[in-house]
Design a protein around this ligand. Structure first.
Ligand code: FE2
Length: 377
């Protein structure tokens, strides 16, 4: 079977009882939402979109929403002791992802379909209204303390959601070319990858796009395994990582230690011009992983012809990989939080719809170099 027919089959194997239109937003629980939002504007080129807090009738927390093309990020901080859920999340995990919100046509049906198949409810279908219309929300629990919230917004024309007002700022640093969320990765505990594969398959109708075992993903010292789950239209991809036995402590174990359990490891965002995006982010203070120079000696033997100059990619530590349909360019930031937990990936797809196996070794060796500096290898 050719690779493209195989991919079509994988996408059609996914069940359509939970049609997902895309990622609606990602919400982070953080210690200081005002400063976090400022960082994502300054360093990653997001724009001010919406605000919720005392001025909008919200008494227990403040949220800032930023946007870049199709990507919306929400940063939320508790402002009183009433909301122990947010406090507890920050105390346990540090700043990190709480909500991966998915855009649906019918949030009530999404909740019924998933909970009837075994998902644990986080939020029963709830209608929120203001003068701009109504949003229906529902939610289910996923790995660690993370949740999916289903957002139905077809009857809403406001800036974000009820409870929010437009956030107009005089500080508007330019965008860096980030377009949409390509995938979001979970780190789960020992032996739990298949549990979450089953969860996404059975309760959400996702199919397994590709599997990497510990032989695919290992260095001299550390190893991990990964399964990429996708929904039927391919817009939502969730790789799930678990640690595997190696000589030293893997980056997944380091994450699980510092995050106190499973959680979102990285958010991959797409660009049409990775070199330009990365140059701008570097100028604004974002730090990227350094890739061993020898990676570039052999990469073209592995991936074949590409449009970009290899020296440019080498200069910026951009990785190249290939599936049978094309290639992709990717690069990884250092953690964006103080704990070595959450990072971002920038990805440019040039035909490739899936993921290659070729970059893991180079990537993990460079993560191991960072772990060694932290004393956590
Ligand atoms: Fe990734």
């Amino acid at each position: 079977m050719s690779e493209s027919i195989k991919l079509e089959k994988i996408f059609s194997d996914a069940q359509d009882f939970l049609p997902l239109l895309g990622t609606d937003y990602v919400e982070f629980y953080v210690g200081n939402a005002k400063q976090a939002a400022h960082f994502y504007k300054t360093a990653l080129g997001f724009q001010s979109l919406a605000y919720a807090g005392l001025e909008t009738g919200i008494k227990d927390r403040t949220s800032y929403v930023v946007v870049q093309d199709k990507i919306r990020l929400v940063f939320t901080t508790p402002i009183s002791n009433e909301n122990q859920d947010i406090h507890n999340h920050i105390e346990r995990h540090g700043d990190g992802v709480k909500v991966i919100a998915l855009w649906v046509d019918d949030a009530t049906q999404a909740w019924k379909e998933t909970t009837s198949r075994g998902a644990e409810s986080y939020l029963e279908p709830t209608v929120e209204k203001d003068t701009d219309g109504e949003v229906v929300k529902s939610g289910i629990k996923i790995y660690g303390d993370t949740v999916h919230i289903f957002i139905e917004r077809k009857n809403y024309k406001g800036v974000f959601m009820p409870g929010y007002q437009a956030w107009n700022s005089e500080y508007n640093p330019s965008a860096v070319g980030l377009k949409y969320i390509d995938h979001m990765v979970a780190n789960v505990g020992w032996g739990e990858m298949n549990v979450w594969e089953d969860f996404y398959n059975q309760t959400m109708g996702f199919a397994n796009l590709i599997t990497f075992d510990d032989k695919d993903i290992s260095t001299q010292y550390t190893a991990l395994m990964s399964k990429v789950m996708t929904n039927g239209n391919g817009r939502i991809k969730f790789p799930i990582n678990e640690p595997a036995e190696g000589l030293k402590k893997s980056q997944i174990e380091e994450y699980l230690d510092f995050n106190n359990g499973p959680g979102c490891q990285h958010i991959a965002v797409a660009t049409d011009d990775i070199v330009s995006t990365v140059c701008q982010m570097k100028k604004r203070g974002v730090e990227f992983l350094i890739i061993p120079e020898r990676y570039y000696d052999t990469v073209l033997d592995r991936v074949g012809e590409i449009d970009e100059e290899i020296l440019t990619l080498k200069q910026h530590n951009i990785l190249v990989d290939r599936d049978d349909e094309g290639y992709l360019l990717q690069i990884f930031t250092k953690p964006l939080t103080d704990r070595p937990t959450l990072f971002f990936e920038i990805i440019q797809r040039k035909g490739a719809k899936s993921f290659g196996k070729g970059n893991f070794k180079a990537l993990f060796e460079s993560i191991e170099a960072e772990q060694a500096k932290r004393g956590t290898l």
